[in-house]
Design a protein around this ligand. Sequence first.
Ligand code: COS
Length: 386
Amino acid sequence: MDYFLTEDQIALRDLAKQIADEKIRPVAAQHDRDGTFPWDLVKVFADAGLFGVIIPEEYGGTGQGVMELTIMTEEMAKACGGITLCVAASALGTFPIIISANEDQKKRYLPNLASGKHLAAFCLTEPAAGSDAGSMKTRAVKDGDDYILNGTKVFITNGGVANVYTVIAVTDPDRGSRGTSAFIVERDFPGFRVGKEEDKMGIRASSTSEVIFEDCRVPAANRIGREGEGFMVAMKTLDKSRPGVAAQALGIAQGAFDLAVDYARNRYQFGAPIASLQAIQFMLADMATAIESARALLYAAARNIDANAKNYAQGSAMCKLLASDVAMKVTVDAVQIFGGYGYMRDYPVEKFMRDAQITQIYEGTNQIQRLVIARSLMHEAAAKGK
Ligand code: COS
C-alpha cells in the first residue's frame, strides 16, 4: 500500500534500508550469537543523523518526529530488531527531556544526544514495580541544591551503554504516583553504577541491565519538571515512544515474512514449490494482511502524535498492541513455513521469532496496553455523557 510519504520521509526510509542491507544484516547473526553491543553501528547511525530525528533543529536534531522514527526503525528492524534498538531506546530516554525539560537542560543534553555522541536510557521499571510502575521505591531526597538518589532500576534498555539516564524516583512517599519526580542522571555522577547485564532470549545485540543508585548526588537543576510530576512525565513519554516498539515489531514481522516468501518459492516438495500449495498460500495471505493492518494503524498513530491530535495516547497503545501481536504470530508462522530448517540456528528465521516476543512485553505489556485503551474509551464515553 502507498502511505504517501513525503520526499524527506522516502529519503530517510531509503537511507535506513541501505544501512540495514549493507551494515546491519551482515553482522546480525554474529551479534545475536555473541550478545555484543554494536558500537561500530552506533557510529554509522550517528553519522547518518538517525539519533537526531526526534530532536528539534535548535538543539542539533533534524526536527522531524515520531513518524520518521517509525519509518527508520521499521526499515532497520527488518534486518535486526536488536541492533536497531539502540536508536529507539535512546529516543525513549530522550523523550522526557524533549517533553518536559527546561531550556537550560535541553541545551545541555540534547545536542550530544542528537549527534549520537551520547546515548540515553529511560529508567522507570524496578524489581517490584513493572506493570504497576507507580509503586516504585527508588528514593530521591532533597539535600541542599542536590537530590540524593537510592534504589535499583531493572531491565533498562541501553542501561550498560548510555551516558544520560532519565530516571523516575519517589520524592514524596505519601503521595503515590503524584509523589514522584523525573531526573537527568549522568553516567559519571558519583553513586551511579551499572549492575547486572542481562542474558536474553532475543534482541541480544541490545544492552539490557540494572542501574543502581547508591547515595547518588544529582543537582536539583537536573530535575525535569516540577516535584510530583515524574509519573506524568513517564506516561507522556510512553505515549510518544510506543510507536517505536510497534515499528520494531513491524520490521521484525516484515523481515520474517520476506524470508518465508523467498523460502516458499524455492522449497520444492511434491514436485513443486511449496508456495504453490494452498496451505502455504493462505498462511502467507494472512501474514501479509496482518502486517499491512499493523502498518496502517502504526502510521496513523504516529501521524496523530506528530499532529498533537486529541487523545493520541489511545492510538499509540493500540498500534503497539497490534504490531507486537502480529510480529509474534507472523514470526511463528514464518518458522513453520521453513519447517525443520526454520528451527535450526543455521537459518535466520528463528531469530526473528525470539526477537519478536519482547515487543509484547516492554514499554508496557500488551495487557497494560489493553488497560490503557479501555480506560481511554471509558473517559471518552464519560465525556460524551453516556
Ligand atoms: N498522560 C498524562 N498523565 C497520565 C497518563 C498519561 N498518558 N496516564 C496516567 N496519567 C496520570 C493520571 O491522570 C493520574 O494523575 P492524577 O493522580 O493527577 O489523577 C496519574 O498519572 C496516575 O494515573 P493512574 O491512576 O492511571 O495510574 P495507575 O497506577 O493506575 O497506572 C498504568 C497506570 C497501568 C497505565 C501505568 O502504571 C503504566 O503505564 N504501567 C506500565 C508501565 C510501563 O509501560 N512499563 C514499561 C517500562 S518503561 S520501558
